[in-house]
Design a protein around this ligand. Structure first.
Ligand code: GLP
Length: 247
């Protein structure tokens, strides 16, 4: 079940996303977190709330969706670095409460360990962005919906979309990633998907109104009981006005 909220711009998306997230920022909560530019505004608001209102993360646990294969943790574009820079370094979460799949060493074992760690806890709210090809996490088109944590080859479209981060370093986008599968994502009690900009409009349309198909990995969310989608007017541009609430 989707609740779709459309706001004027990216600041609006981040404000509404923070409102949705706020009730879960408490002792014992398990947050599923995402990388990419889409959730950065939400993370800024979480940091502000921690600094100004003293909201504590000491009793909160996190599970990230994915990581590139082969990047050392300290690489500026690893998702480990991204999460620390954008959120973890600015809040009081204990390091051992943070889970990020590892793209180094024995990948099959890392995937199995990640699934086992996830089986011990239930994610209360999973933050998602969406790829322009409809991917969630790094679950590219044609990933079986039953898939759990696994290693995946990135599509050319995803590598082109993410080249903006690696080009300035004179490096190639990695070819592979390790990611939670659709089956892990669907186990979260609630989903919060944020998207902005024209290049997400088709993926947002297909996720909400298209057939439930492995061609559009995000379309599996049509079967989830509690999904809030927060988009700006550009990302909502292929929806009908009756498909969303305006804020
Ligand atoms: C990456 C991440 C996804 C993210 C997507 C969109 O591929 N693995 O989790 O949703 O990019 O990124 P952005 O928010 O920068 O558009």
């Amino acid at each position: 079940m989707f609740r779709v909220i459309c706001t004027k711009d990216y600041d609006g998306v981040s404000d509404v996303a923070f409102e949705v997230m706020k009730p879960y920022l408490k002792e014992g909560s398990v947050l599923g977190l995402a990388t990419g530019s889409s959730p950065i505004g939400l993370y800024k608001r979480m940091i502000k709330d921690h600094t100004e209102n003293g909201t504590s993360y000491k009793g909160i646990y996190t599970f990230n969706l994915d990581e590139y294969v082969g990047l050392p943790l300290e690489h500026s574009e690893s998702y480990y670095t991204f999460m620390h820079k954008q959120l973890f370094d600015h809040i009081d979460i204990p390091e051992d409460h943070i889970h990020i799949p590892s793209g180094l060493g024995d990948l099959a074992k890392n995937a199995k360990d990640y699934d086992e760690a996830m089986e011990k806890m239930v994610v209360d709210i999973q933050v998602l962005g969406i790829g322009s090809d409809g991917h969630i996490g790094f679950n590219e088109p044609d990933t079986p919906f039953s898939q759990t944590t696994h290693v995946t080859e990135l599509t050319e479209q995803t590598r082109t979309d993410n080249a903006r981060f690696f080009d300035p370093l004179g490096e190639e986008v990695p070819h592979e990633a390790i990611t939670m599968g659709p089956a892990n994502i669907m186990k979260a009690k609630n989903i919060l998907l944020v998207a902005n900009g024209k290049n997400k409009a088709q993926a947002i349309h297909d996720m909400i109104k298209g057939p439930i198909s492995e061609k559009c990995p995000a379309s599996i969310l049509q079967k989830h009981p509690s999904v809030t989608v927060v988009v700006d007017t550009e990302a909502a541009s292929l929806l009908e006005p009756e498909d969303y609430e305006v804020r």
